[in-house]
Write a protein that binds this ligand. Structure first.
Ligand code: GRF
Length: 198
């Protein structure tokens, strides 16, 4: 196998997707490596996961900056300290500006817990998505991995998986079922990109 893809994973919370990526990267033949974890939230549990795995992490708290531009410049500064090939948003709760995104063409991907284009866009995040899916009476939900463009959740799809919505589902039970599949989907999507590019 040739060179591994260098990942920066952006998180804001629990970091269960980060964990599955870290776990996958432990396999010798997995074609990627997490070089840096970026969190805007100093309390994110994902930071503990990074520490446990000896992965460098940086807290860039958006609340410490006057403008989004300043916040993103601080992120860029960290990213340029080493070669990064792909930015993986994994529960990152900030919307990135077009300016930032244009600096990383086809190099930012995101996971979203629905079958995009359904239940995507601003305001559709976390539990809100699963609540909306149940309220709409959908029988299928799922997860999507997509490229990030300035229009939220509208970038081209890389991978998608369906998950059934069961009759007695709550947003919590549906969320758990989706998350389990999402973890595997994300790891496979990164692998697919790495194989194509390295
Ligand atoms: C995931 O379900 C992801 O799709 C959404 O936020 C959740 C993050 O979970 N954007 P975690 O922090 O990876 O556990």
């Amino acid at each position: 196998m040739s060179k591994k893809l260098n990942l920066a994973v952006f998180i804001s919370g629990s970091g269960s997707n980060l964990q599955s990526i870290i776990d996958a990267c432990e396999a010798k033949d997995y074609p990627a490596k997490v070089k840096l974890v970026v969190s805007n939230n100093p309390e994110a549990y994902g930071l503990v996961r990074a520490k446990n795995a000896n992965i460098p992490s940086v807290i860039i708290n958006h609340k410490s900056f006057k403008t989004r531009h300043d916040f993103e410049s601080a992120i860029t500064k960290e990213l340029t300290k080493q070669p990064i090939d792909l930015i993986c948003l994994a529960g990152f709760m900030r919307i990135l500006t077009a300016d930032f995104i244009s600096q990383w063409p086809d190099q930012i991907i995101n996971t979203h817990p629905s079958l995009l284009p359904k239940f995507g866009g601003e305001g559709m995040f976390g539990d809100n998505v699963h609540k909306a899916v149940i309220a709409a009476g959908e029988t299928q939900s799922g997860a999507s991995i997509h490229y990030v463009i300035p229009e939220v959740d509208k970038g081209r799809l890389i991978a998608q998986i369906s998950v059934p919505v069961l009759e007695n589902d709550t947003y919590e039970t549906l969320g758990e079922r989706v998350r389990a599949e999402e973890h595997e989907l994300y790891v496979n999507a990164i692998k697919k990109i790495a194989v194509e590019r390295t």
